[in-house]
Design a protein around this ligand. Sequence first.
Ligand code: CA
Length: 225
Amino acid sequence: MRILIVEDELHLAEALGQIMTEQKYLADVVHDGADGLDYALTEQYDAILLDVMLPKIDGFEVARRLRAAHISTPILMLTARDEINDKISGLDCGADDYMTKPFDPGELLARVRALTRRQGEFIGNTITVGDLTLRLDVRCLMCGDNMVRLGFKEFEVMRLLMANYRAVVPKEDIISRVWGLDSEAEDNNVEVYVSFLRKKLSFLHSGVSIGTVRKIGYFLEVPEL
Ligand code: CA
């Protein structure tokens, strides 16, 4: 597990790095928003700890730009302020969770674990959720000995659902990430691809299915092992 820490208070940054390293996470520590953005855009992380008040680019803006660049790495925002408004803009900008300083290291680690669990398990070029493995290099979905190749859009929709499993992925997010922000694609397009994927899941005899939250979006239903 690799974590990016973006925090300009040097003592706190160092302490965070230490807490993560003790838990066997690999931690990169940077001290301003510009470096944070740069690292997050060029390296792969399992989670990002992102301070709000940062030199150069603030944490909210870093989160917004990462989401605009389709980087879906879970983000835990850290801030000294505890106004409810901050909390709202934190989640608005695409952050996944929020903690006010000072915080308890135990709670921080619990939140990081929860965030990284929320993602499918990434191993090399694959994402695994339940009995399903998606191979990112050849766009194949596998379950036991069965395998199907996915079309490009099917693959992109499946990848989004698997990378965010346990969360409901809003239809608008699917449209903007798979078809592009300016696309004319509508809800119907998403429904068509979801129905293709459901057929493939049943062909694979997977225990995983795609659930619908009416008018909102889709999520993966994964039977508890
Ligand atoms: Ca700060």
